[in-house]
Every structure is written in C-alpha cells, then in structure tokens.
Design a protein around this ligand. Structure first.
Ligand SMILES: Cc1cc2nc3c(=O)[nH]c(=O)nc-3n(C[C@H](O)[C@H](O)[C@H](O)COP(=O)(O)O)c2cc1C
Length: 260
C-alpha cells in the first residue's frame, strides 16, 4: 500500500515520551505531523485518519495505566483500519496494563496495531531513578524499533495477518489515588504564568497562577520542573515517602520490550 503521512499522537508532560517518539519517527520514511496532547486543549480536537496513514501513539505510564486525560483525547481520534504502533515510556517500575489498555483504546477506534513497545525512562517524579534515560544506548534500541516498523510498512500490502500480543490484564488496574499535588509558594511566585500556560490539564488558573485546581491536576509535575523561580513544589515529607517507596520497587537498568 502506498502510505500517506506519519501522524504522531502523543502525551508527554515532561518530554521523555516525546524524545522516544521523535526517534522512532526519524527512522520511518514518511513525512510526519505531530498532535501533542500535552498542550492543554479546552475542546478535545477531532482527528480522523485514513487507511494509508501510519499513526504512532505515545504515552507515559501513570499507575500502570494510560493517563486518563490522554484516554479522553483518544475518544475523538479515529482510523479506518489505519495501521498504528504503540509506545509507552515508564519510570523503571512497571508498565503493567498500560500497553494492553492503549491497544484496546486504539483498536476500538478503528486502528490496526502492527507494533508495540515499552521503553524505560527517567522517572518523572523521582529523577534519580533511571536518570537521564533514554540514554545513548536506549536511543539505539528505540531507533531499531522505528527501522523495523518502517520495514514492515514497506513490505506488507495489508496488515490483516499481523497479530500483536502485549502483556497486561483486563480489567485494568484501578487508577492510583496516591499522587503528589504541587502547590505554589505565594511569596516566591512572580505570576509569570509559565506554569499555567504549560499545564497539560488546565489545572492552574491563568488569572491567578498561585491557585491550582486539585480536581483537575494529574500530578505530572511539569509545573514544578518549568518554574524558574522554584516557586512550585510538592510537600517535602510526602515527596520523601514516595521517593523511598519508589526506590524499593524501581530498577534503573530495566530493558526495553518490543512486540512486533
Ligand atoms: C503520576 C505519575 C504516575 C507514574 N506512574 C508510573 C508507573 O506506574 N510505572 C512507572 O514505571 N513509572 C511511572 N511514572 C513515571 C513515568 O511513566 C515516566 O517517567 C515517563 O517516562 C514520563 O514521561 P514524560 O516525560 O513523557 O511525561 C509515573 C509518573 C507520574 C508523574
């Protein structure tokens, strides 16, 4: 089949998933168009892809699941038996039901999954876990996934016989309630609004960036990383407890898993 365009549909509050999806894309011989859902959109865009598009879906794993906010965006993303490949990045703990959930979500919306992969990355909450991953060696493995997908796209005329199996359970794990919610320090916040503009969940008020709607906040910590004044932080005791727990269950040297 003569392929049209490569579409990148992803969620990446703190940039690791973006780095991975771009490296995969670099190895696919198609012009690419990005749909980055980590930029908050009041109205969820409607995306309809054709049979000869190829779509790469990328997510960070949150509590062993697809981030709920991204799953909401996916409701408006449909294909016509459109070939697609999956990318999940995770912070060296586990990815549990994230890949199977992502596969179900996209297949129910008209996509045919022809590849899937889970890549370990720096943990976006405790950055000493898997520090600086994806690193040089990871990028080679990530590029190879792109090369293999490209080969598959060129070789196959129809993808009906491809049957990708990924680990995970149904029903999926329950969403975790153990999140760290950042707050603004009213004294050091200069109201520059960088946090409000970059929040993927629209949880920080543009008018008053010192207030956060904790019902909307997804605990991604992008605002903490982006604030030049270091005015946004999570409760230090809660952070230390989370850090201690995560350090026991994460392994910084986890390997990528690729399903083709
Ligand atoms: C709220 C939240 C939940 C997370 N849950 C998991 C998890 O279940 N397993 C895991 O290994 N990493 C977990 N992580 C780490 C991220 O999946 C990982 O760092 C990912 O690469 C971040 O991607 P991004 O930089 O594209 O946002 C979590 C991070 C956050 C902020």
């Amino acid at each position: 089949m003569k392929m049209n365009e490569l579409k990148l549909v992803y969620f990446s509050p703190t940039g690791r998933t973006r780095k991975v999806i771009m490296e995969v894309a670099r190895n696919i011989d198609l012009k690419s168009v990005s749909h980055d859902f980590s930029v908050y959109k009041e109205k969820k865009p409607v995306l309809k892809f054709a049979e000869n598009d190829f779509v790469l879906f990328g997510i960070p794993v949150y509590g062993g699941r697809v981030p709920a906010l991204f799953a909401q965006y996916l409701q408006n993303v449909t294909g016509k038996n459109t070939p697609a490949a999956l990318i999940a990045t995770y912070g060296c703990r586990e990815y549990e039901d994230a890949l199977i959930e992502l596969k179900d979500l996209v297949e129910n919306n008209g996509f045919k999954v022809i590849g899937a992969a889970a890549f370990p990355a720096e943990h976006s909450i405790v950055e000493t876990i898997g520090a600086r991953r994806p690193n040089k060696a990871d990028m080679k493995v990530i590029a190879e996934y792109g090369v293999n997908l490209n080969r598959r796209l060129k070789k196959e005329d129809n993808f009906d016989n491809i049957d990708i199996h990924v680990p995970g359970n149904r029903p999926y794990r329950k969403y975790s309630k153990n999140m760290l919610f950042p707050k603004a320090d009213v004294n050091s916040c200069t109201e520059c609004k960088a946090c409000a503009r970059s929040c993927p969940a629209g949880a920080i008020s543009i008018k008053d960036p010192k207030t956060t709607d904790h019902k909307k906040c997804i605990g991604c910590l992008k605002c903490v990383r982006i604030c030049k004044q270091n005015a946004r932080s999570v409760n230090s005791l809660k952070y230390r407890i989370a850090e201690g727990k995560l350090k026991k269950v994460c392994q910084s040297d986890k390997a990528a898993e690729i399903f083709l």
